[in-house]
Design a protein around this ligand. Structure first.
Ligand SMILES: [Zn+2]
Length: 97
């Protein structure tokens, strides 16, 4: 459906683009929920990742977010499933989230 007030390049998202958008927004929602408080493990500030490059957060932060009801069990499982070592200080890379 075209928007009559938009320019000639304006168009709506394709289903694939919309799905990509939804995935990106879901990832942003989860990461925002995980980083909503200071990290209990390394004291990274709220809304800052525990590690900058590559961006990652301590597993302790994921566990705290789950305990606080900020993320779902599925979100937590998704983060843990890529880990080999399970400790509170273990970093969960952003791309695995
Ligand atoms: Zn941390």
């Amino acid at each position: 459906m075209k928007n009559p007030t938009a320019g000639p390049e304006a168009r709506v998202l394709t289903p694939a683009e919309r799905a990509d958008d939804e995935r990106m927004l879901a990832k942003c929602r989860v990461l925002g929920a995980v980083r909503w408080r200071r990290c209990p493990q390394c004291a990274a500030r709220a809304y800052s990742p525990c590690q900058v490059r590559p961006r990652a957060d301590c597993l302790a932060r994921w566990l705290a977010a789950y305990k606080a009801g900020k993320i779902t069990r599925a979100d937590l499982i998704g983060a843990i499933s890529g880990l080999v070592v399970i400790t509170a200080a273990q970093l969960v890379e952003e791309r695995a989230a």
